[in-house]
Ligand binder design. Structure first.
Ligand SMILES: Nc1ccn([C@@H]2O[C@H](COP(=O)(O)OP(=O)(O)OP(=O)(O)O)[C@@H](O)[C@H]2O)c(=O)n1
Length: 447
């Protein structure tokens, strides 16, 4: 643990370099406000302000606190744009949380400028309004020893694939890690506690207000009240998979503490290689569309669920699915119980008393399968619809993905030109395919 801590602790040179960019960013945001004649204030927030960023991975969050009534998407973004301009930021991009904000690179460091409102505690208008209070709260509580613990906790979660509240991961946000580590005093203590958390347990850092009742949220497995706003559950965004993965990895680490846990995902059971699961899998590789990450992954999940439902309706069993990405592509792998199946289809015939139709039905059915009459006198037969291949079914379905599998409109184009590969074939393809198959090996379920 000491070795890992030392590796993650930013050096004095890094602190100085990042600190330089941070004060530049703060000044630029203040100047931008003045330039646009807006009343407000710029504050640093997030892991930089808290001193909990990982060596080599600093990003600077500047919150621009505006007067209520100002439009965040209009004036807010203008201030952000002006601030990044003053800093001489490169690669300025619009990003989305609950409302849009801007990010750019200054001296190789990511700077995010997030407009929000200056409000009294509890009078939140936008979700980002709490952030300055988070920073104020943490700065009054954090010590350097705790900061070291937070960094190892983040690194552990990154390696286990459960760090980040974004839709793609649905894991632990930086702030949630900060709160949980503070609550338990360290990563090991957090891990020990996590192995015996109960369903819906309230994990509060501060004494809760009298009569506190957690909001009932569907799917929230743990309740971590935000110390600056106890009604907000910081654990709401953590998926069952991410929570489960964290608990299982913690259990494994406590039993076999090894540095590897900070580097790569630990297998839940016997380690499997992608090759082990590949034979019964189908991998679909699409070009990454130019959409904001959160929107893209939201759409992708919905589409994958649609695909899986479609295959089930065609007689296949989808056991699990997982996704992976590289620079250019996203791959989704589905694990099926079998890749082809022989299907029998029911044919509904006429009533036995309709002589003409009865004869025609019998002629048409010939000797191809059983014919029977139900209790109401209606005739039925079956026809063998032939061998179906899950691969062919999917290839046919993506010709009209919106209608057939209920895919999102935004993905229609890339789905139509998706590559669909069977089993091992995919392992020779893109890095994204290897990752999605690896996801299956580790039981990475998206839903
Ligand atoms: N789901 C989230 C995400 C972010 N925040 C707020 O936004 C700040 C910045 O979050 P972010 O930049 O996403 O992450 P960091 O905490 O800075 O962590 P790191 O950069 O080390 O990943 C947090 O401190 C918190 O106040 C939050 O409340 N809830």
């Amino acid at each position: 643990m000491e070795e890992v801590k030392a590796r993650l602790r930013p050096s004095p040179e890094e602190r100085e370099r990042v600190g330089g960019v941070a004060s530049k960013a703060l000044n630029a945001a203040a100047r931008a406000l003045a330039d646009l004649g807006l009343e407000g204030e710029a504050r640093l927030g997030g892991s930089y302000a808290h001193g909990t960023w990982l060596a080599g991975h600093a990003d600077i969050d500047v919150f621009v606190l505006l007067q209520p009534g100002v439009n965040l998407e209009d004036e807010g973004l203008k201030v952000a744009g002006r601030a990044l301009d003053i800093m001489g930021a490169e690669r300025v991009e619009r990003k989305y949380a609950e409302h849009p904000y801007l990010s750019g690179k200054v001296g190789g460091i990511d700077v995010e400028v997030v407009p929000c409102y200056r409000v009294q505690r509890g009078q939140w208008i936008s979700a980002a309004d709490r952030s300055p209070y988070h920073t104020e709260y943490l700065l009054s509580r954090l010590t350097d020893a705790i900061r070291d613990e937070i960094r190892v906790a983040k690194a552990f979660m990154i390696a286990q694939g459960v760090y980040g509240a974004e839709i793609k991961v649905r894991g632990f946000s930086g702030y949630l890690v900060e709160v949980l580590v503070l609550k338990y005093g360290g990563l090991i203590e957090l891990m020990r506690a996590a192995t015996s958390w109960r369903m819906g347990e309230v994990l509060a850092l501060e004494t809760l207000p009298a009569g506190f009742r957690p909001q009932q949220q569907a799917g929230a497995l743990i309740i971590v009240p935000d110390p600056v706003d106890p009604r907000r559950n910081l654990g709401a965004a953590v998926s069952a998979w991410s929570l489960g993965r964290f608990i299982a990895s913690s259990e494994a680490f406590l039993e076999y503490p090894r540095g590897e846990f900070f580097e790569r995902q630990a297998p839940l059971g016997k380690p499997l290689e992608p090759e082990d699961v590949a034979p019964n899998s189908i991998t679909l590789i699409i070009e990454k569309p130019l959409e904001p990450e959160d929107i893209l992954w939201g759409e992708l999940w919905r589409t994958v669920r649609g695909m899986s439902r479609y295959l089930e309706s065609r007689g296949f069993n989808v056991l699990a699915y997982a996704a992976g990405e590289d620079e250019r592509t996203i791959a989704v792998s589905l694990l099926l119980d079998r890749l082809s199946c022989c299907r029998v289809e029911l044919r509904r015939g006429p009533h036995i008393m309709m002589a003409e139709a009865r004869r025609r039905f019998l002629d048409a059915s010939g000797n191809k399968g059983p014919i029977w009459i139900d209790e109401d006198g209606r005739m039925f037969s079956t026809i063998i619809a032939g061998e179906r291949s899950a691969l062919d079914e999917l290839r046919a379905a993506i010709r009209d993905p919106v209608r057939i599998i209920g895919a999102s409109k935004g993905l229609e184009g890339v789905l139509r030109s998706a590559r669909i590969l069977q089993g091992m074939e995919a392992l020779r393809g893109d890095e994204s395919a290897r990752k999605s198959l690896g996801g299956l090996a580790y039981g990475r379920q998206l839903a």
